[in-house]
Write a protein that binds this ligand. Structure first.
Ligand SMILES: O=c1ccn([C@@H]2O[C@H](COP(=O)(O)OP(=O)(O)O[C@H]3O[C@H](CO)[C@H](O)[C@H](O)[C@H]3O)[C@@H](O)[C@H]2O)c(=O)[nH]1
Length: 348
């Protein structure tokens, strides 16, 4: 088990979380709300979610801003006076982005551009943009748009200097038990005595807790140099083993039904390409990928290619540490949300 990252010193600072009503924002809030942070701004579109949080948290340090990253003036309004910003607002459901790709373009690319440019204009000290493994060699509109968000952030970082906004990105894999994901789905199926609908038993995904995702973001804030991208190393498992681990935990004998691959999904995910690894620094649990800061004068790179890349493999959910069924069970048991599910199930 790795240690959680210590909280960075944010005393007296104003922190912004775009998309702050989501699970990432809520978890980060829990961690920082009782520090000596000056103010935490939650920026999102959904007034109901904001109202629910306001009522639940009752904390005058937390300020709520209705707005949309697509609307630069609403971004400028919330950015004024911010020291540190986490950009989590995104369309992240693969199927909806697939059917409405221009909506993904508007939020994930144009919206991120607004956040980046506004942060620079308002002299925010540090901006961390949240990305996903699906942004690497993407096959779906969600991943493609997040990949372009990374490019937008890096291109801005390239033109900045010391003393300007520190722009970084983080990339992580599937967050376990996140809303709409396979773990709560399988648990629901077990509870109803239904077959577990496995797409492809050999499909692999990186497994990460929400807390580890937060740690990655805090790590980026603490350690970023201009334009860095941080990747959290993570183990992976096959979907078949995930289904078996859940059946074991819930002592269930429901059958497994193979339903086939869904729209625009990959057999494996990639957290870092060989090219990125070639310019990365191994920082234990994390990889720091330095920004590719070559200029537009490409001519010389036709003759000076990077031979190192040829020796390196991409870092994927197929070649990372592969968890066994008992190890997946242990990991699942460590999640508070799964613990709650198990308690309810065994108390029935
Ligand atoms: O009924 C199902 C549903 C999913 N899976 C498999 O379980 C794994 C994880 O599926 P999730 O739906 O939990 O996660 P995805 O990797 O497909 O992507 C998820 O996380 C993304 C963010 O990274 C987006 O939010 C996306 O919409 C969301 O589905 C995949 O191999 C998938 O094929 C099944 O076997 N059976």
């Amino acid at each position: 088990m790795t240690q959680n990252t210590a909280l960075p010193n944010i005393n007296g600072q104003t922190v912004l979380i775009t998309g702050g009503t989501g699970s990432f924002g809520n978890e980060l809030l829990q961690l920082i709300k009782d520090t000596d942070v000056k103010e935490i701004r939650i920026f999102s579109r959904d007034e109901l979610k904001q109202e629910d949080m306001r009522v639940k948290l009752k904390n005058s340090k937390i300020k709520f801003y209705i707005g949309d990253v697509r609307d630069r003036s609403s971004v400028d309004q919330v950015m004024d006076g911010v020291d540190l910003a986490f950009h989590a607002a995104a369309l992240k459901q693969v199927p909806s982005c697939e059917f409405f790709p221009m909506q993904a373009v508007m939020t994930n690319i144009v919206g991120s551009h607004n956040v980046v440019e506004s942060a620079i204009a308002h002299r925010v000290r540090s901006l961390v943009c949240l990305s996903t493994d699906k942004a690497v060699m993407p096959v779906n509109a969600m991943g493609m748009s997040k990949g372009l968000m990374e490019k937008v952030a890096t291109a801005a970082a390239r033109r900045l200097g010391a003393g300007d906004t520190m722009i970084s990105c983080v990339r992580y894999g599937n967050v376990m038990y996140s809303r709409g994901s396979v773990i709560p789905l399988f648990i629901g199926q077990i509870k109803q005595g239904l077959p577990l609908t496995v797409t492809d038993p050999n499909m692999t995904r990186f497994l990460l807790s929400l807390r580890s995702a937060i740690d990655l973001v805090l790590f980026a804030f603490e350690h970023a140099h201009q334009g860095d991208l941080f990747v959290r190393k993570a183990p992976a498992c096959t979907v078949a083993d995930l289904a078996q681990a859940l059946k074991n935990l819930f002592q269930s004998s429901v059958p497994v039904e193979i339903i086939g691959t869904r729209h625009a999904e990959k057999l494996l995910e990639t957290l870092a390409t060989a090219g990125e690894i070639a310019r990365s620094e191994d920082m234990g649990d994390y990889l720091r990928v330095r920004m590719d800061d070559r200029d537009l004068n490409y001519a010389k790179y036709f003759t000076e290619g990077n031979l190192e890349e040829l020796q390196i493999d991409d870092y994927t959910s197929h070649n990372t540490e592969r968890l066994t069924v008992p190890q997946v069970e242990t990991l699942l048991r460590s999640l508070p949300s799964v613990q709650r599910e198990l308690e309810q199930w065994h108390a029935r």
